[in-house]
Design a protein around this ligand. Structure first.
Ligand code: NAP
Length: 322
């Protein structure tokens, strides 16, 4: 039995998340099961990506798109235009954070795009994050601040951006906002095995998502399955290596050869590789052509041999400090 009271070796009949998909929710979430010894535990299974609807069912019961737009370093009109361009290209997941300083622009872009494109609020999935330090010291104010700046009725997913001395307190505050219906799902960012082991027994709602750095030069091959086996969806940041680091990755000879074989770009191969590993991708871009290109991930499939070639590129090379 694991430390969370969840036996990961439970017989397979204990499993199952509903597999049908649409973007409204919540749907049927994880079920509880009786272990025949009077103990009731939550059944967990790896969330399965639905490549038809391009969504994954979270343990909260809500569906999350499996690809989206990252908005780190996008500001002002550039940010508004990037988000609107993404929504016009069919992107339905937008990733932001308090610390990016662009939540007001994101909210404005979403409200305008809803009108212009005839989208409903529930068609769009918005993630934001609260930061260590003052945000987590006074989480209620920080969370309400995100909701006020975004001004889009509710937040689909809120993450703690990094571990912090007040992270459990901040998470419990997010749990309260979930109970009030102002946040639909909650999760963590930059949490690895050790941090999760310590953190999970202290909170009530299992995180729906963990967002960590993942790209072919930093693959997290042990962390990803550990998180997925807890029924938590993994999302990768810096999928293309991060601004300032993309040239080497996008020009990599191995990735270029695979891209040529599929008549795709190296960016598309990297994003597809993530999806086939069950990792949600949020490439950042302010270029409408790139934003469109980053949606065209579903008309080809990497072979097992190509996945192995990509796996061999791992260098354990982090592109940021956390
Ligand atoms: N949780 C965390 O701690 C954390 C940390 C960092 C980032 N993030 C999130 O992860 C997102 C992704 O990270 P990121 O934006 O920093 O880095 P990234 O997605 O790895 O790379 C972005 C860079 O790739 C370029 N690019 C995008 N699509 C391309 C394409 N198809 N072909 C060629 N170049 C392309 C962009 O340039 P153009 O603008 O010219 O397209 C930009 O310079 C962030 O935006 C943020 O939402 C989270």
């Amino acid at each position: 039995m694991s430390r969370f009271g969840i036996c990961l070796t439970l017989p397979f009949f204990l499993l199952i998340f509903a597999a049908c998909a649409s973007t409204t929710g919540p749907k049927e979430a994880a079920q509880t099961v009786d272990l025949n010894n009077g103990q009731e535990v939550e059944a967990v299974s790896r969330a399965v990506f639905d490549f038809e609807s391009k969504t994954v069912r979270l343990n909260s019961g809500y569906d999350m798109p499996i690809y989206g737009l990252g908005t780190y370093s996008l500001h002002g009109e550039t940010c508004v235009n990037s988000v609107k361009s993404a929504l016009a290209s069919g992107v339905r997941l937008i990733d932001t954070a308090h610390v990016y300083g662009n939540e007001e622009e994101i909210g404005r872009a979403i409200r305008e795009a809803m009108q212009e494109l005839g989208l409903k609020r529930e068609d769009i999935f918005v993630t934001t994050k609260i930061y260590p330090g003052s945000d987590m010291a006074d989480p209620e104010a920080a969370i309400q601040g995100c909701l006020d700046r975004l001004n889009i009725e509710y937040v689909d997913l809120m993450l703690l951006h990094h571990p912090d001395s007040n992270d459990v307190k901040a998470y419990k505050s997010m749990e309260q906002f979930v109970a009030e219906g102002k946040i639909r799902s909650i999760g963590l960012s930059n949490w690895y095995v050790e941090e999760l082991t310590d953190f999970l027994p202290q909170v009530t709602i299992t995180p729906a998502v963990v967002q960590n750095e993942i790209h072919p030069y930093y693959q997290e091959n042990e962390v990803i399955p550990y998180i997925q086996d807890l029924g938590i969806v993994v999302e990768g940041w810096y999928p293309l290596g991060g601004r300032g680091h993309t040239a080497e990755l996008l020009g990599d000879e191995v990735i270029s050869a695979i891209a040529a074989a599929h008549n795709k770009s190296t960016a598309q191969v990297i994003l597809r590789w993530n999806l086939q590993k069950g990792v949600v991708v949020i490439p950042g871009s302010s270029n409408p052509a790139h934003i469109q290109e980053n949606t065209e991930l579903f008309d080809f499939e990497l072979t097992a041999e190509e996945m192995a070639q990509l796996k061999a590129l791992d260098r354990n090379e982090k592109h940021d400090w956390y």
